[in-house]
Design a protein around this ligand. Structure first.
Ligand code: BG6
Length: 484
């Protein structure tokens, strides 16, 4: 499983992502001996620092964000020794490109450029890499989300980066695909033929995909307020999860087979017309409320700009997939900040008995695939109630928790994805046509919101979103998981 030597260059290395996610993920994989000290991690940012100062800053970040691993002082210091810092401003002429060239002298090792910068810099940075002759046949570029803010800007980024890197060397990251629970959807479906037999409108009444967070907008207000929940979570993470749930079996787990099948799902999503948006999309924003018996402020207070923002912090969508497999199954997506609990889960709700012979019928059964806060599978079934006289049926749950079943070694999805990029395996990264197809589906919602001035429905922090979210399902006679 060892990667062998590699060069990894992080642009935007002083940023939040790099301190909280990327470098802690590398430290954990280094500790697990997945790579050794013949690898180098070159950290690039605009801030004037020398390598010593940078290592000091990162040491503090590693102690904070990977505390268990950072306790091993020897590994920690060994790892810090792999980091070099270079001050560079991609948009300004001059700078230390020459140093970067010298560090990247070895031409035969995987060379990954990770762009953890504002997306506006992706194309200029790639151009600069080409200009300084740093791209060779072993080079890959990793792009963080967001890839654009709509279809046009996504295409522009893809086009700009595509001038310097071939598509197979462009790795668009979606950290949800690195989550164990998301990848397990493939195993669950395609290694359990019995389950896959049920996997269609015939047996499945509806599917719910929820990514609920308790956190508010935190210190990311300036990014988030421009983005909103639809762009921040639905366009990428939720649609990717939906693809994993809905796709047909790929011919193999090879990256193109997998991505071709996901693309078919995106293309089969029922297009949103303005009228459909009005009836099938809920848009909310949190206002002050109570969480864990503490008063928490609303979104506008969190932003602190002194004006009322029109950005959504909650979205719920009802959609359908126009295929023979799924035509009669609504898919419900929802995500939001400051909701009642932190949970990421998929609920597969099975259809009821067509001819019930029992006098009481509990819920017709469902499979819950929980991804966060813990990876768990539970299958709610009907069983005879042994305590009751006569013949009563009730629900009981078959459960499996990853934590109990396995000693899970990946703590964060970035760990797997970073090393996949080093190894040159793009299967869990998003292809150009997938990004563009998902924007194509999202864009009418954005447009319709803008033109119709769809009102933002307030919801108190600590709730499950605007009250109308329930009606969205009630139309189909369905309930959200927490109401079941
Ligand atoms: C990020 C979003 O992509 O995903 C954040 O920008 C969000 O707003 C985060 O909080 C959620 O990720 P996770 O892994 O905690 O579900």
């Amino acid at each position: 499983n060892h990667t062998g030597p590699f060069d990894f260059v992080i642009f935007g290395a002083t940023g939040d992502l790099s301190r909280r996610k990327l470098l802690p993920a590398f430290l954990r994989r280094f500790h697990a001996q997945e790579f050794s000290d013949d690898a180098q991690i070159i950290c690039v940012a605009r801030t004037e620092l020398n390598t010593e100062q940078f290592r000091e800053q990162i040491e503090a970040a590693l102690r904070e964000f990977a505390p268990e691993t950072a306790q091993d002082e020897q590994t920690l210091h060994h790892f810090l020794g792999l980091l070099t810092y270079i001050t560079l401003d991609a948009l300004k002429p001059g700078g230390d490109w020459q140093i970067l060239r010298t560090l990247l002298a070895a031409n035969d090792r995987p060379r990954v450029f990770y762009l953890a910068t504002a997306p506006a810099l992706y194309s200029p940075l790639c151009e600069a890499l080409a200009h300084h002759d740093l791209i060779n046949q072993h080079s890959r570029v990793v792009l963080e989300k967001p890839i654009g803010i709509n279809l046009e800007t996504a295409r522009a980024i893809n086009h700009g980066v595509g001038k310097f890197f071939p598509e197979e060397s462009i790795y668009r990251i979606d950290h949800y695909l690195g989550k164990e629970g998301v990848q397990n959807i493939l195993a669950l479906r395609f290694a359990n033929p019995a389950l896959e037999k049920l996997w269609s409108s015939e047996a499945i009444a509806h599917v719910q995909i929820t990514a609920a967070e308790t956190v508010g907008v935190g210190s990311r207000g300036s990014y988030y307020d421009e983005s909103g929940a639809l762009r921040d979570m639905v366009q990428n993470h939720l649609l990717q999860v939906l693809c994993m749930v809905a796709m047909d079996a790929p011919a193999s787990l090879g990256s193109d087979d997998l991505r071709n099948e996901k693309l078919k799902v995106l293309n089969a999503l029922r297009p949103m017309t303005p009228d459909m948006v009005r009836r099938n999309v809920i848009r909310g924003q949190y206002v002050a409320g109570e969480m864990k018996r503490k008063d928490v402020p609303g979104y506008n207070e969190d932003l602190g700009t002194g004006r009322a923002s029109n950005t959504e912090t909650f979205v719920a969508i009802r959609t359908k997939i126009r295929t023979a497999r799924w035509g009669h199954t609504p898919f419900y997506l929802r995500t939001g900040k400051r909701l009642a609990t932190k949970t990421t889960e998929i609920v597969i709700q099975f259809r009821p008995q067509v001819w019930p012979i029992f006098t009481n019928m509990p819920s017709p059964g469902r499979l819950v695939i929980r991804i966060a806060p813990h990876e768990e599978l539970s299958f709610v079934m009907a069983v005879r109630d042994p305590g009751a006289g006569g013949f009563r049926v009730r629900n009981a749950t078959l459960g499996m928790s990853y934590e109990n079943a396995f000693s899970v070694t990946y703590q964060d999805s970035y760990e797997r994805l970073l090393l996949d990029a080093v190894r040159g395996d793009p299967a869990l990264f998003i292809r150009r046509d997938e990004v563009e197809a998902s924007w194509q589906w999202i864009e009418p919602i954005l447009n319709s919101w803008r033109h119709a001035m769809t009102p933002l429905e307030p919801y108190p922090a600590g709730s499950w979103g605007p009250a109308s979210t329930r009606s969205l399902l009630a139309r189909d006679g369905a309930l959200w998981h927490e109401d079941m």
